[in-house]
Ligand binder design. Structure first.
Ligand SMILES: Cc1ncc(COP(=O)(O)O)c(C=O)c1O
Length: 371
């Protein structure tokens, strides 16, 4: 049985409604801005409960613009994690900032207990990541941030629909950045993202930044980015918007099935399911666990036609681009991150998988450890 990682063909198996909206759009040829983008922004503001939303060209640029909007610039430090995709770190470095890496908890998100020791004269912001769709421990993070008067920018790129006590990830701090890249839970036909914020000031700054800093057609107020979400991608986002909850609930159901199987006495000796918090809605952009003999298990599963993956074998603080920094980026002890990267494995969890496919993955894992 094949268990694919990607689900794009099924996701867009009926493209006609999207193509019809493209055709209608072609009669107007409003390829930037326009009513579809405004509709997407209104949809995402309503969905997340944020006051403002702005569509952006990617999740990465959404993060960079939010950081700029809260005043991060050349040489400023942003406390963040190494257990993440490169884009978190790239978004800081791209605007002249410097990441300061702190370690993560067993659920792969920022350890709030390490923030205070990482604060320096140069610290300008804290950027937790809701990694894999698992909400970071925002209450603790925000309490420390408030104490030190530091803004929190949430990397919510993997976390559409994730919540803590019913409040959406991305809406706790000064601003949240989301990705709608094709492999995200809400996905469009290319790159895209959006920013949410409750702050009028941040909203106005990101609005300027994403359009070259142009106050109007002829006047440049600040230097910015070409950071807009393409109108045709907004059309795809609007088509999928009503399906977000259904997509997410199906992923959660698959993940719960995996969790139950891997928590049995037989498998819990080999597979470690990260702690799940009852107040947090994890949306499983990725279903990640720690596995004994990870590399061999991965090879075994791939032979069985299961597209398991590793996110990621090398943490950000050990990447060449980081090691070449002079002076080096700041960091705390990162041994938990390093240990996790040696054992992390991601199993397919997308909404188009059947129960039989999830059962097949579980039975192959069981088979591997019982040999
Ligand atoms: C944790 C994290 N942050 C940021 C991003 C960047 O999003 P984008 O690919 O839309 O630029 C991603 C994308 O995979 C991500 O996983």
């Amino acid at each position: 049985m094949k268990v694919p990682y990607s689900y794009l063909k099924e996701q867009f198996s009926d493209p006609e409604p999207i193509l019809d909206a493209f055709r209608e759009q072609l009669t107007r040829c409003e390829f930037t801005f326009g009513p579809e983008l405004e509709e997407f922004e209104a949809n995402m503001a309503r969905y997340t409960g944020a006051r403002y939303c702005l569509g952006t060209a990617s999740g990465t640029i959404a993060l960079s613009m939010l950081l700029r909007a809260v005043g991060v610039g050349e040489g400023d430090e942003v406390i963040t994690v190494s257990q993440t995709f490169v884009a978190t770190i790239g978004s800081i470095v791209a605007i002249g900032g410097r990441p300061y890496f702190i370690d993560v908890l067993d659920d792969f998100t920022m350890d709030p207990g390490l923030i205070e020791q990482a604060i320096t004269e140069q610290t300008r912001a804290i950027m937790p990541v809701h990694y894999s769709g698992s909400p970071a421990h925002l209450e603790e993070i925000l309490a420390i941030a408030e104490k030190h008067n530091l803004p929190v920018i949430e990397d919510s790129c993997c976390a559409i629909s994730a919540k803590i006590d019913g409040k959406h990830a991305g809406t706790f701090g000064a601003g949240g950045a989301f990705s709608v890249h094709p492999l995200k839970n809400l996905n469009v036909w290319g790159d895209g993202g959006f920013v949410v914020t409750d702050s009028e000031d941040i909203y106005q700054k990101v609005r300027l930044l994403r359009d070259h800093g142009l106050k109007n057609r002829d006047e440049v107020e600040i230097f910015g980015f070409n950071g807009r979400l393409d109108t045709i991608q907004a059309i795809v986002g609007n088509y999928l918007y009503p399906k977000i909850d259904e997509i997410t609930d199906q992923r959660i159901a698959h993940a719960e099935k995996y969790d139950r199987a891997f928590s049995t006495p037989e498998l819990s000796r080999h597979i470690k399911v990260p702690p799940r918090r009852s107040e947090a809605r994890h949306v499983y952009h990725m279903y990640m666990v720690l596995a004994e003999n990870r590399d061999e298990l991965l090879r075994y599963l791939i032979e069985k036609d299961i597209e398991a993956k590793i996110h990621y074998p090398i943490p950000m603080h050990l990447q060449q681009a980081t090691l070449e920094q002079d002076p080096p980026f700041g960091k705390t002890d990162l041994s938990r991150t390093e240990a996790q990267c040696r054992s992390l494995i991601t199993f397919p969890v997308h909404q188009h998988l059947s129960d039989e496919q999830i059962d097949y993955v579980i039975s192959c894992v069981r088979e591997y450890y019982s040999r």
